[in-house]
Design a protein around this ligand. Structure first.
Ligand SMILES: Cc1cc2nc3c(=O)[nH]c(=O)nc-3n(C[C@H](O)[C@H](O)[C@H](O)COP(=O)(O)OP(=O)(O)OC[C@H]3O[C@@H](n4cnc5c(N)ncnc54)[C@H](O)[C@@H]3O)c2cc1C
Length: 90
């Protein structure tokens, strides 16, 4: 957070836990009653075909470890950057 927003972000004034499923402008009835997990991630790369080894999903939903969370976005983006760097070195 400090890297993104500067030194002030090291000393937050408050932590807030918000249940978005209870927010009528954000969630529907299904959000309250759906399974309490995100869907499992699909393969992060194309397994075959013309995009094989040329396409990497860098959004949160492609993260096997944390699908649907900010941590998943970071995880998937890291994998995408690593694969790109490997491909330009090859
Ligand atoms: C209400 C809500 C609450 C959440 N709370 C939490 C939480 O408490 N903790 C947590 O870890 N996660 C939370 N999440 C999930 C988290 O926000 C997402 O998992 C994360 O932001 C996904 O990041 P991303 O980079 O994969 O995708 P995004 O953040 O969705 O980024 C995708 C970007 O691509 C852009 N884009 C889309 N289509 C195109 C296009 N055709 N061309 C160019 N740009 C395009 C979009 O505008 C967007 O900026 C919450 C999500 C929601 C909706």
């Amino acid at each position: 957070m400090v890297r993104l927003f500067g030194a002030q972000a090291a000393t937050p004034k408050a932590d807030i836990i918000k249940d978005w499923a209870q927010d009528p402008l954000t969630a529907t009835h299904l959000d309250t009653h759906a399974a309490n997990t995100h869907a499992p991630a699909p393969n992060i790369t194309a397994q075959n075909g013309p995009w094989h080894q040329s396409l990497v999903g860098i959004g949160s939903e492609w993260s096997v470890k944390f699908p649907g969370y900010v941590a998943g976005a970071v995880d998937a983006a890291n994998i995408g950057v690593e694969q790109y760097l490997r491909s330009v070195k090859a």
